[in-house]
Structure formats: structure tokens, C-alpha cells
Design a protein around this ligand. Structure first.
Ligand code: HEM
Length: 386
């Protein structure tokens, strides 16, 4: 009854049918039969982005973006306002999870060959989104203004500064001065809370528009894709939407559990005069940071800078018309080698400049991640003593 009255009210004022029909068509359009849980990684990324916006807005109520107040305001959020600690933890964990899930979504579309014609643009906008998600992480990391963040940003901007010609002006522009300071904080703040959210929002809108109007990719070869007929495939509504609902509650559960069980520490307030030992970037920059160490500075930056370029133009380099992974052995090998090198350099980067004990023996890992045994075994020490 109420629905009818409201419907009639709108119908008298707008051409409701003109909007309703295409919307219903989109809702009922069947998805290809191979659609699985892996096809919810995109909506998982979207959910995490929405969660970052909501928790980010809540954090903004008490956060102060100045060198004097930033650290204290985050400390305040974590101790005083109702559930402030939870919103900060969900935001911090959400950032890490979003980077991981966006990466896995990219991997899924790579494995199923969905980036091939006619979806090259969807992929390229996706690469843009992945890079923006990483910049979200880099700029947000500085905002609590603690020691780790301050020095990681100093090192990060220093690396950018080594790029020929544009490096130095870029570093100055990012820092807002010769060293990381209050100016850097306000720049990163504006990028993090205004520029990036709107850019990502806009790009996600175009990305989703393309996905919807081109339809999800089938596993048929390029130019041989058959449209999914009515009654075949999987209905978008309710089947796929229910799956997305399940995933939504799962991700929410993971976020809350991690926030309670493994909360992020705030650490000490940034001190520009006290350099801590073993400054490391966040895990998502670790492999990049490690690779740079093995090459002369410029070559390293070139190697690391090449990766996003290759990723961007990948649909135009991978010319085979097949989408099924078993028919694309070279692409799969490139994918496996990329993942392996990310993992290996990531592990080497994490171990570098640390002492670790394995099976009772202590090793000192140098900056390249090479272990050096420290002579501390009790038997040996005893023999030496005699
Ligand atoms: C904020 C980041 C992103 C969001 C919110 C997002 C969202 C989505 C959603 C909801 C879908 C449809 C469902 C699915 O396939 O899971 C999709 C499809 C797609 N996405 Fe993304 N995406 C993001 C980043 C990326 C990235 C980084 C790439 C690759 C570089 C990418 C490439 C694609 C492609 C090629 C499709 C079409 C898949 C097909 O037709 O089978 N997306 N995206």
C-alpha cells in the first residue's frame, strides 16, 4: 500500500519506467556459469573501501593534522571516545586487508584472462586503483606521527628523490621542505582524506560501469565470447548478491577479530632528532625496498618503476586469444615468477638488518638478507674457554 502510494507519487513527477527498466535488466542479467567465490574479491575490495570511508570519517572527528597534535589526538582516539579504539583498529587493519584483497582480485582477473579484449580498459583502470590503494597506505601511515611512520616516510621520500631530473623537485613537493615535518603531514593529510578518496570513488564508478555494461568475462577465447542466455549461467540476483552478502559479513568478522586480537600499537611520538635502528617500510613495500638494495641506486629505481608500467600495458603484451590458464603456460609462468619474487624479496627485506635464532643458532642478517652465524653456541664457547 505504502509502496504503491510512494510509487505513484514519483510516477506523477518522473519517467520512472525509463530508469526502472534498464536497472531491472542489469539486476536480472545472468552471469557466466564459471562464476565462483573468487569472483567476490572485487566486491570485497569495494566493501573494504566503504569501510575505510566510514571509519575514516569517524576518526576525522578527533584527529588533528599538525606535528604538535597528531600523535596526541590518535592517543586520545584510542583511549577516550566511545569505541574510538575499535574504529582506529578497523581502519588500520582495513588498509592492510584492502591492499591484499585488491591484489588478489587483480590476480584472479589475471588467471582467468579477464583483462583481454574487450576488457583492457577495465584492467588499466584497475591498475590505477591498485596504485592509488598503495598511495593510500603510504600517506595514511604517516598520520599518527609516530617514530616508525616518521622515519619510514623519510626513507620513502628519499628513494623518490633519487629519480633523475624529477626526483628532487618531487621529494621537495612531497615533503613541503628539506625534511619531513609538519608541512609533510598536512600534505599527506590532504592527499589521504580528500584527493585519494574522490579519485578512487570516481575510478571505481567507471570500473564498475564497464564491468556491468560489458558483462563479466566468460572463459571463451577472445572474439568468440557468447553472451549468456536467459535461464543459463548464474542469476546475478539473488544468487551472486547473496554470495556477496556472505562475504560482507565474513570480512566484517575478520576485521573485528583482528582489531581485538592483534591491535596496532601507537609506539613513540615522532622525534626528528632520534633515528631508530632498522627502519623498515610496511610489508606491501618490502619487496620493492629490498630489490632497490641489490642494484646501483638508479638501476634499482628503474627496475621497480618498470613493474607498474608493465602491469598497465599487460593486456597489449599478452597477445594469445586464450583465457583458460592451462592454454597460457607462458603467462602463468610469468605470474608464478612474479609472485615468487615478491615473496622472496619480501622475506629477505623483513629478515635484513635483524638477528634471528633458528634451531638454537643465532644469525645476523645483513642489509641484503644474507645470514651470518654469530658464534654463540654454548658447546663451542665452552671449548674455546678451555
Ligand atoms: C579499489 C579497487 C577495486 C574495486 C573496488 C574493484 C571492483 C570490481 C568488481 C566489483 C568487479 C566485478 C566482480 C569481480 O570480478 O570480482 C570487478 C571486475 C574486474 N576488475 Fe576490479 N576492482 C578493483 C581493482 C582492480 C584491479 C587492481 C584490477 C587489475 C589490475 C581489476 C581488474 C578487473 C577486471 C579485469 C574485472 C573484470 C572481471 C571479469 O569480467 O571477469 N580491478 N572489479
Amino acid at each position: 500500500m505504502i509502496k504503491k502510494t510512494i510509487g505513484a507519487w514519483f510516477e506523477k513527477r518522473f519517467d520512472v519506467k525509463a530508469i526502472q527498466e534498464p536497472l531491472e535488466y542489469q539486476l536480472r542479467k545472468p552471469l557466466p556459469g564459471h562464476i565462483s567465490w573468487f569472483h567476490t574479491l572485487g566486491s570485497m575490495s569495494l566493501f573494504l573501501f566503504a569501510s575505510q570511508i566510514v571509519t575514516g570519517i569517524l576518526l576525522l572527528i578527533y584527529y588533528r593534522p599538525t606535528a604538535d597534535e597528531a600523535f596526541e589526538s590518535v592517543k586520545f582516539i584510542m583511549t577516550k571516545p566511545y569505541m574510538g579504539w575499535l574504529f582506529r583498529q578497523i581502519h588500520a587493519w582495513g588498509a592492510n586487508l584492502m591492499i591484499l584483497i585488491v591484489f588478489l582480485h587483480m590476480l584472479r582477473t589475471f588467471i582467468t584472462g579477464s583483462f583481454k579484449k574487450p576488457r583492457e580498459l577495465t584492467w588499466m583502470i584497475g591498475v590505477g586503483l591498485f596504485i592509488l590503494t598503495l598511495i593510500f597506505g603510504f600517506t595514511g601511515y604517516l598520520l599518527p606521527w609516530n617514530q616508525l611512520a616518521y622515519w619510514a616516510t623519510t626513507v620513502g621520500t628519499e628513494i623518490a628523490g633519487a629519480v633523475p631530473l624529477i626526483g628532487e623537485p618531487m621529494k621537495l613537493f612531497m615533503r613541503g621542505g628539506p625534511v619531513v615535518g609538519g608541512e609533510t603531514l598536512s600534505r599527506f593529510f590532504v592527499i589521504h582524506v580528500i584527493i585519494l578518496p574522490w579519485l578512487v570513488f570516481f575510478l571505481v564508478a567507471v570500473h564498475l560501469f564497464l564491468v556491468r555494461f560489458q558483462g563479466m568475462s566468460t572463459m571463451d577465447p577472445v572474439d568468440k565470447e557468447k553472451p549468456v542466455k536467459k535461464g543459463e549461467g548464474i542469476p546475478f540476483f539473488p544468487h551472486h548478491i547473496v554470495k556477496e552478502g556472505v562475504v560482507f559479513f565474513f570480512v566484517l568478522g575478520v576485521l573485528i577479530t583482528l582489531s581485538i586480537m592483534l591491535p596496532f600499537e601507537l609506539g613513540e611520538k615522532a622525534d626528528p632528532l632520534k633515528t631508530p635502528d632498522g627502519i623498515k617500510p610496511e610489508w606491501y613495500f618490502m619487496s620493492m625496498y629490498q630489490v632497490i638494495k641489490y642494484f646501483p641506486k638508479l638501476v634499482g629505481i628503474f627496475v621497480v618503476g618498470l613493474a607498474p608500467m608493465l602491469l598497465l600495458i599487460w593486456p597489449f603484451m599478452d597477445k594469445s586469444s586464450q583465457r583458460v590458464p592451462s592454454k597460457r603456460p607462458v603467462s602463468m609462468l610469468v605470474g608464478v615468477l612474479t609472485i615468487l619474487s615478491l615473496l622472496i624479496f619480501g622475506i629477505l627485506g623483513t629478515l635484513s638488518e635483524t638477528k634471528q635464532t633458528f634451531f638454537g643458532k643465532t644469525y645476523d642478517f645483513d642489509i641484503y638478507g644474507v645470514p651470518h652465524l654469530i658464534n654463540n653456541s654454548p658447546v663451542k664457547a665452552n671449548i674455546e674457554h678451555h
